[in-house]
Ligand binder design. Structure first.
Ligand code: PSU
Ligand code: MN
Length: 300
């Protein structure tokens, strides 16, 4: 059974030391509504290409861990409705049972590293959830375990307990870079009031820190946090209102586990009249661009 499959394009680029950017697929299958999910998946790949890098969207199809998808595969993920959300714990089951699955940040990191990729772009990472249950996304321990990987995001999703998530990153020694910012971005918001470890203003500055980290052999992904573009930011009042309502509704309906994040994101989008959705797309596009620019500095 062949479990890993690199697309010929990704294999050629990676073999020649050309820049490649990994992209996750949970955001396509479970994070964004139709039809924006497929449009965004295609757009992210296009942006990576515009920056001279090769996109490698990662997903599981028929149990095969695919690194680099063709358009029909992207469309299948976005429209099938029978694509599972695969975190790290689900990887062996997905392979054995030949599932179709979209990979979260955690499982995308796991696959990207094994495919030898160095840069990965996403929207917002998972983290420590609010609420009574100690629900901590598998994204965090996987970020801590990874090595030789730069993860570009807009901080942790604002639905989370951001101070607790920030502490977790510090405890596990994950270096947090603010890209053009001094505060950890809060996904739909540009600021959180929480500090980053260092500010970098150019892809070259990030590349230098990444190369030092790789040379040291230090574990933990290098977490590069890019604030949502100002034009896409959700007004704080609107955000707080919709977030409170979504959290209360999740609590009332007993939504938890892997359902929780997609539930909160979709409720907030509806309640904000699409403002959070526009912010999500804007930050995803920007992160893909920044990731490709960083990948350019790490090629070879
Ligand atoms: N970023 C987005 N939208 C998303 C996600 C991230 O802009 O839907 C996904 C990622 O795949 C992340 C997952 O890994 O949400 C976190 O889910 P959980 O809290 O269940 O670990
Ligand atoms: Mn969880």
């Amino acid at each position: 059974m062949t479990i890993f499959k690199l697309s010929s394009e990704v294999e050629a680029a990676s073999g020649a030391g050309r820049p490649v950017v990994a992209l996750e697929s949970t955001v396509i299958a479970h994070g964004l509504p139709r039809p924006q999910n497929l449009e965004t998946a295609r757009r992210l790949e296009q942006i990576v290409r515009e920056e001279g890098a090769t996109p490698a969207t990662i997903a599981i199809l028929g149990g095969v861990f695919c690194v680099g998808l063709d358009d029909a595969q992207l469309e299948h993920l976005a429209t099938s409705g029978d694509v599972k959300k695969i975190s790290r714990r689900d990887l062996p089951v997905a392979a054995a049972r030949r599932w179709d699955g979209a990979t979260t940040v955690a499982s995308t990191i796991w696959i990207a590293e094994r495919a030898g990729l160095k840069v990965f772009a996403t929207g917002g990472i998972g983290g420590v959830h609010r609420g009574r249950l100690p629900d901590v996304s598998a994204d965090l321990p996987e970020l801590a375990r990874a090595a030789r990987l730069v993860v570009v995001c807009s901080g942790a999703k604002v639905v989370l307990d951001l101070p607790a998530t920030r502490e977790w990153l510090e405890t596990y020694g994950i270096t947090v870079v603010g890209y053009g910012c001094d505060e950890l971005p809060a996904f739909y918001l540009r600021r959180s009031g929480l500090p980053v470890d260092v500010r970098a203003d150019t892809p070259e500055e990030v590349g230098a820190i990444a190369r030092a980290q790789f040379e040291l052999g230090k574990d933990g992904a290098l977490l590069v946090c890019v604030p949502v573009p100002a034009a896409g930011e959700v007004p704080a009042d609107l955000l707080n209102e919709t977030l409170e309502a979504a959290l209360a509704e999740a609590e009332r309906n007993g939504i938890n586990g892997r359902e929780l994040t997609p539930f909160l994101l979709s409720r907030m989008s509806r309640q904000s009249g699409g403002a959070t959705l526009r912010a999500n797309i804007a930050l995803l596009e920007q992160n893909a661009r920044v990731a490709a620019q960083i990948a350019q500095t790490l090629k070879g």
